[in-house]
Design a protein around this ligand. Structure first.
Ligand code: ADP
Ligand code: NI
Length: 215
């Protein structure tokens, strides 16, 4: 099947799979990641088809939406075969999706420029105004408080405290979001991440001021 038919099909597939999700993996997250990946691919002279297809399919395999990560990856692999994607392209797309998430890739660099771009795009959507909104939405979905001034920062929490769900939306900024700018792969994404990072710092300063207006 030709590349533009695969892109149209992948969009339809992702919309269907993610329509009912409210954990931060809804279709509009995928829409934004796809637009970001497309923009970064053009700036970095990468393969736009691979970046777009991997971005469209990246959350169809998410563990939260599948019995296991392997089952999620198999679903994407099956879809690419059914839709007669070129074998090398399909292998590249599957490799990107199976290695790009925060936990999988800790410390390891994505092996291709296209993988680096899709990972950057996904991480950029966790930052800035959208990132803040997703964090509070996810926390609500998980049943976490938005903030607890009595809670130690994540790095000072015991594993048991953390596992028992004592984290908060505000804690998530420190445990993950403020670390992401250093992890960007491409120069263009790093620059965007820096702007979004500053916005989140300003946001939290205002948040703390409003939390304790007497100080
Ligand atoms: P993705 O792989 O698409 O970045 P994640 O599953 O890691 O998605 O998270 C979805 C969204 O929820 C992201 O915006 C992320 O920052 C946020 N999130 C993830 N874990 C937490 C948490 N423990 N508390 C608050 N927000 C979270
Ligand atoms: Ni994602």
């Amino acid at each position: 099947m030709n590349r533009s038919a695969i892109i149209a099909g992948a969009e339809k597939f992702a919309r269907n799979e993610l329509a009912a999700d409210s954990s931060g993996h809804d279709w509009w997250h995928v829409y934004r990641v796809t637009k970001l990946a497309h923009k970064l691919a053009a700036l970095e002279n990468a393969d736009v088809f691979i970046c777009t297809a991997a971005a469209l399919l990246h959350d169809v395999a998410d563990e939260k939406l599948n019995p296991s990560k392997e089952a999620g990856i198999a679903k994407i692999d099956g879809w690419l075969k059914e839709n007669r994607a070129d074998e090398d392209d399909a292998a590249h797309i599957v490799e990107i999706i199976s290695t790009m998430s925060y936990g999988d890739s800790a410390g390891r660099r994505m092996s291709t420029l296209e993988g680096q771009i899709v990972q950057d795009a996904d991480r950029l959507d966790a930052l800035g105004a959208i990132g803040i909104a997703r964090t509070f939405a996810f926390s609500g979905w998980k049943g976490q408080l938005m903030h607890d001034p009595g809670l130690p920062p994540r790095e000072n929490m015991t594993k048991e405290e953390y596992r028992s769900g004592k984290s908060t939306a505000v804690n998530h900024f420190y445990e993950k979001l403020f670390r992401l700018k250093e992890l960007m792969n491409t120069a263009a994404a790093r620059q965007m991440a820096e702007e979004r990072h500053r916005f989140m710092e300003d946001y939290l300063n205002q948040f703390y001021e409003e939390w304790d207006p007497s100080d």
